[in-house]
Design a protein around this ligand. Structure first.
Ligand code: ATP
Ligand code: MG
Length: 565
């Protein structure tokens, strides 16, 4: 099974190497061949109004990768032109995430540093007769705009003189008018079939403290005006964005062309990354945080980059995932299982494979000498000898997993039941003889006998057993907190309830106290291990204390996922 998956991955990687280029690279090649651009400059332009998520990781790694492939440049720029929703916490988290993902940039750029230049561009449009100050209210502007079937109506203020527009726009900037009293609009075409071209608003009055420019401005540029200018000012060549901006491209081109940039950038759209059964989208994630459904933006059940990192995902796994997801023009969802597949592949050889008991019951070996402790020699990772070996304690009393013993076993149950013999991993064969339960009928202790001749130390044993189970020695085992996760959304019933609220899974978090090999308490935040048979686990950076780690399960071992051909 594991071998098979490995081969699939190799195939996928090889395909990638020889694969035809994606549609954006084909466009880039054309632009370089025609001489339209001499180099490739891309950017990642987040709005600091929330934490980044896995979809943004795709945008970051794609834009960065494209620039690197063509020996070009990559800019990291905050699209911070809207003072109301933005704050420093978001700015800091976004910088941390971009760095963590490994996208290298010279310095952090801020669109708000271009406010002067944007203002100049607006003035130049007025001087060309391409922008006007409009006194219509927001509702009136909306009404005048028309819709897909009805052409828009021109504003009565559309034909103000250039002088009057210059005077009014200066007064807007100087704080003469109230918020919303006037706007600056581009003068394009109220009959355009593209509603974005119907004299869009390009500047509005909005008094609000800005995280970078403070109270300097009371007018702010609208996204559709600011964004193309930011790209043009920085000399971006290929402005790659997601599909919802396709209809905005004509306006993007109108802005950069009419603001006289000699070699304006070009916008190319690709499909957003969506995951099945997972909440992407800042708006929804914010709601989960605000409603306290989760414990912050980095709750390990979320797919923000901060949450994935905290849960134990590696940047290598995220990179593998976004590469497998690919770049395309058509909308589709990726399976969450593909992300899980990538982290398993990444950790398979890197991690030590340790013994941990998540739901313990006692196993007492009655014919094993009391007070005797043996040491068993076990490799850390049977597939990677480089990780070396360690000694495991073994004694008369062990902890084993509750579901490794059954009172009434079904067919083909090869683990412990009365009369059955199994191997204890790296040690002896044991046979269950009797058990004890608590008052609820739950098994607390299983008694067994062992066969001293069956020690797994290179000797030949003349009989076979079908089951192997793991354990930790009871007197030396350490307790740790272990957190198991399921998807936040109930997979069976779909993402939304009938009333539009999210259909949450009540079992998305389970907290356990488990017993582990002593080495597993002497760890650092983000250290990762395989707990044999249970999955991959990572030390939580926030809730762990010295010698008292909290382990987050990144992913279980089991999977039915197959790489798409
Ligand atoms: P959200 O829709 O989650 O609120 P956003 O698009 O508003 O995200 P921005 O900060 O404006 O977030 O986006 C920064 C960049 O990331 C943009 O270029 C945007 O197109 C891209 N991006 C956002 N979401 C995704 C996604 N799911 N897949 C790929 N790229 C994305
Ligand atoms: Mg946005």
């Amino acid at each position: 099974m594991e071998k098979l998956e490995n081969n699939n991955l190799e195939n996928a990687k090889n395909n990638e190497a020889t694969q035809t280029k994606n549609f954006i690279e084909i466009e880039v090649d054309k632009d370089l061949a025609s001489g339209r651009y001499k180099e490739v400059v891309t950017r990642f332009p987040p709005e600091p109004n929330g934490y980044l998520h896995i979809g943004h990781a795709k945008s970051i790694l794609f834009n960065y990768g494209l620039a690197m492939k063509y020996n070009g440049r990559f800019n990291f720029r905050f699209d911070d032109t809207n003072p109301s929703k933005e704050n420093e916490e978001y700015v800091d988290s976004i910088i941390e995430d971009v760095k963590w993902l490994g996208a290298k940039f010279e310095k952090v750029l801020y669109a708000s540093n271009y406010f002067d230049k944007m203002y100049e561009c607006a003035v130049s449009l007025i001087k060309k007769g391409l922008a006007f100050v409009c006194d219509l209210s927001a509702d009136e502007i909306k009404e005048y705009r028309g819709d897909y079937n009805t052409p828009g109506k021109e504003s009565p203020y559309r034909n103000r003189s250039i002088e009057e527009n210059l005077k009014l726009f200066t007064e807007m900037k100087d704080g003469v008018y109230k918020d919303g009293e006037k706007v600056l609009r581009a003068k394009i075409d109220m009959a355009s079939t593209n509603i974005n071209m119907r004299d869009p608003i390009i500047y509005r009055i909005a008094r609000g403290y800005h995280h970078n420019t403070g109270d300097k401005w009371c007018i702010y540029p609208m996204y559709d005006f600011a964004h193309p200018l930011e790209d043009a000012i920085e000399g971006i060549t290929h402005s790659c964005c997601t599909l919802e901006f396709e209809d905005h491209r004509p306006l993007y081109e109108w802005v950069v062309n009419n603001c006289d940039f000699p070699n304006p950038p070009r916008q190319i759209e690709f499909a957003k990354l969506y995951l099945t059964n997972v909440v992407t989208g800042k708006r929804y994630i914010r709601k989960l945080v605000e409603d306290k459904v989760v414990d912050g933006w980095d709750d390990p059940r979320l797919v923000t980059i901060a949450a994935l990192r905290r849960r134990g995902y590696t940047k290598e796994a995220i990179k593998m995932f976004v590469e497998l997801a690919g770049i395309s023009k058509s909308q589709s969802s990726c399976e969450y299982e593909m992300l899980e597949y990538c982290i398993r592949e990444d950790l398979k050889l890197k991690c030590k494979r340790m013994m941990a008991i998540l739901d313990p019951i006692k196993l007492i070996i009655e014919n094993y000498p009391e007070n005797q402790i043996e040491e068993m020699d076990l490799p850390y990772n049977t597939e990677n000898a480089e990780l070396g070996n360690r000694k495991i304690k073994f004694g008369r009393e062990l902890y084993i997993e509750r579901d490794d013993f059954m009172i009434d076993p079904p067919n083909k149950y090869y683990r412990l039941f009365i009369g059955n013999e199994v191997r204890l991993m790296g040690a002896y064969f044991v046979k269950a003889t009797r058990y004890e339960t608590d008052s609820n009928g739950n098994v607390t202790t299983v008694y067994a006998t062992y066969d001293p001749e069956t020690k797994q130390d290179g000797r030949q044993i003349d009989r076979k057993v079908k089951g192997t189970i793991h354990y930790v020695e009871a007197s030396t085992a350490k307790q740790v907190t272990i957190r198991l996760y399921e998807n936040l959304i109930d997979e069976e019933k779909g993402k939304l309830n009938n009333d539009g609220t999210l259909n949450l899974n009540p079992n998305s978090l389970t907290i356990k106290t488990g017993y582990v090999e002593p080495e597993l308490t002497n760890v650092n935040p983000y250290d990762k291990f395989q707990f044999v048979r249970a999955g991959y686990f990572s030390v939580d950076p926030k809730d762990s204390k010295p010698n008292m780690p909290v382990y987050n399960r990144i992913v279980s071992m089991k999977s039915s996922f197959k790489l798409p051909k």
